[in-house]
Write a protein that binds this ligand. Sequence first.
Ligand SMILES: [Zn+2]
Length: 470
Amino acid sequence: MSVKVRDSLSGGLVEVGESGRVGIYVCGPTVYNHIHIGNVRGHLFWDVAVRYMRSCGYRVKFVWNITDIDDKIINRANQEGVSWKEIVRRYTDSFHERLRLLGIGMPDVEPRATEHIPEMISLIQELIRRGHAYPAPNGDVYYAVETFPRYGALSKQRLEEMKVTEKGQTGYKRNPLDFTLWKASKPGEPSWESPWGPGRPGWHIECSAMVEKHLPEGADIHGGGSDIRFPHHENELAQSCGAHPERTFVRAWAHHGMVRMAEEKMAKSVGNVVDAKEATLRHGRDAIRMWLLQSHYSQPIDYSDEILEEKRRSCERLLRLYREISRSETSSPLSDRLAEELRERFDAAMREDFNTPEAIAALFDAAGGAGREVSSRPASAGEFASLKEAMREILGVLGFEAGGERISEVDGVRIRHTGEPPETVLRRVARREHSRRRREWPEADRLREELLREGWAIEDTASGPVLSRR
Ligand SMILES: [Zn+2]
């Protein structure tokens, strides 16, 4: 069985995962500021999509990058009077903190642009060799867009309609639309040696190099916001397919819609941003999840305090229904039927381009069915074990905190977790904790790796291990 994803390039549904393996690459943040609630959408959505595919048994390799060199980072460092590396460290930590607050899992690999300079240089050399790129006398290297006949296919534009997006024309470009692959550095700026002199990579070449490095068979899905479809993704496509026309670069391009505030795109350049941390502390992580998942990822979505408040209430309603049946130990025929319908609807919705609003509607319907039975016959509250189990699994895949954090005491170790991890997993967490206490690090690391491969992450805190679904 495969999952269908709407491909922005062809417009059609593309099947991925037929081989049982799925590689996903999503463009990550440029770390020069705190991420806002609009930046979170892609990470939250893809985390859910990955959890879903893993729950179906797919072997997923999930990659998002960190852009850790960019004009914005250098400018910010100059403004604050600190090194660019300090800016990168500060805002990478800030990004990760916000993901944790929102319960968003980490990808399998989070490559950084500056760790892939040799790969970028060889990709640029290949583009020059094939006549797609040319070095300029000032030390820059540009991509010649007219040499790639499909340029514009992804953003559905013809060359003559395109807007020039790169600032600061140098006078060396053959066509003003040609974009920078390598940028010569000014004195005092961070730089790397290259065949064209000291400089740094352009933003677009970073992702091409990192996709090729970490997903050598091509990305089954390449995600990112609809705002970077042009020029960023258009340029990635021109670079990777220009350098390696014989390889598959991306099977499905999936673009998520923008978060809007008062009908305008939320963006640092517009100045209408809400820090992801502030929004999470104000509304709670489940409300934010409900808000984002109750819209299809491909559509734009509006943010306001009123909307988030409404989502918080609807989330509470769902979780209240769930808690009502959460002490069930037996399953009535009604419970079995609701559970089966829920699983089928959830699966059908998610397989068809990750239709999370339909998946959540299925949850509400199942919970509502149980709720009606319980209000007419209160004793039935204990007869929904099968539905409880189905809801627990699905709430977990969607990343809701559901019943909140719990503590299990296993072999003398207090383990904090959400949901209900299997006993065998908890036992291994406890065993690892004992290894740590005895300072048997190799064994502790081995157990951590083992659990990680099975989809469980452990965070060591002063009050003991915290276990979560990654
Ligand atoms: Zn990218």
